[in-house]
Design a protein around this ligand. Structure first.
Ligand code: UTP
Length: 290
């Protein structure tokens, strides 16, 4: 079954990127000239998603404004002959059918996803974490949706993570089915060294069947007092089984400072307008680094 709906949870507090995220949602932090969440919406659209629900909360109205029309700005761009920018700004508001819902309390990613229950209905849906930007030739969300279409099971986007870092992620019990495709039968969130099952971890994208909502209803608060999506996915993996897809793009974690810098530098280097100049600058800078 084709996946046509996606949700983008963007209601977290972003404490790791304070003070920047105090009044600007971290999902709106720019990678060169586009906010992170625009890359994510573009990925969803390129993956065949038609309806998107963004989970927001207080103080995140900049996200809604970004995907809305802006009549005064559009008029000014037209009047000054900036047709290309005008087209780009208008296209932004037409990219997809985007709706919003507020998560009234920050009770975790599982709780944020649960807020999408009515929007999702009985359909399978993709979850694109609002602070994980994945850039590559083939959209990661499409790679996961294709696997859902093939296997009819929940799908997790995975990457191989070095042992010293896996404790920050969700370690998976995987069995390779073919190159880059795994069956997933169990998972441990933020494993202690003796709990690591494998170096494969869930990163930034999942596709889930609607039955995740009845599991979430019975999922108690876990790590950090929050309702964890991984606790619910663990039940799914243990009962029905899930599929892991090693997506081909590069993932940037916009929820931490180093991730933001990596995204900006790498995107800047291939940017149409400033890429060449930025490369020259960076080479010169690097040559003087000690
Ligand atoms: P994170 O755990 O990275 O977000 O959640 P956070 O809570 O903002 O981060 P820190 O630890 O305080 O820096 C991953 C995604 O889930 C969303 C976040 O916005 C982020 O895109 N999220 C998280 C919600 O929508 N609601 C929540 O209650 C928690």
């Amino acid at each position: 079954m084709k996946v046509k709906k996606a949700i983008i949870p963007a209601a977290g507090l972003g404490t790791r990127v304070l003070p920047a995220s105090k009044s600007i949602p971290k999902e709106m932090l720019p990678i060169v000239d586009k906010p992170a969440i625009q890359y994510i919406v573009e990925e969803a659209v390129k993956s065949g998603i038609e309806d998107i629900l963004i989970i927001t909360n207080r103080g995140k109205s900049a996200i809604e404004d970004h995907f809305d029309r802006s009549p005064e700005l559009e008029e000014r761009l037209l009047a000054s002959g900036k047709q290309k920018l005008y087209d780009e700004i208008v296209d932004l508001s037409k990219m997809a059918n985007i709706q919003y819902i507020r998560q009234k309390e920050t009770k975790g990613l599982g709780h944020a996803v649960y807020c999408a229950k009515t929007f999702v209905g009985d359909d399978p849906f993709a979850v694109l974490y609002g602070d994980d930007v994945i850039l590559g030739e083939v959209p990661a969300c499409k790679e996961l949706c294709d696997a859902y279409d093939e296997f009819g099971l929940g799908v997790a986007g995975v990457k191989y993570v070095p042992s010293e870092q896996i404790g920050k992620y969700c370690s998976l019990n995987v069995k390779e089915l073919r190159k880059g495709i795994f069956s997933v039968s169990d998972m441990v969130e933020k494993p202690a060294p003796e709990e690591i099952i494998s170096n494969y971890a869930i990163l930034g994208r999942v596709v889930l069947p609607s039955e995740i909502f009845s599991i979430l209803e019975n999922t108690p608060a876990g790590a950090g007092g929050e309702i964890q999506l991984t606790d619910a996915m663990k039940v799914l993996a243990r009962t029905k089984g899930m599929v892991g897809v090693e997506f081909s793009g590069t993932r940037y974690d916009m929820g931490n400072k180093l991730g933001i810098l990596q995204a900006i530098v790498e995107t800047g280097l291939t940017h149409d307008e400033i890429g060449e100049d930025f490369k020259k600058y960076l080479l010169e800078l690097a040559g003087n680094l000690k």
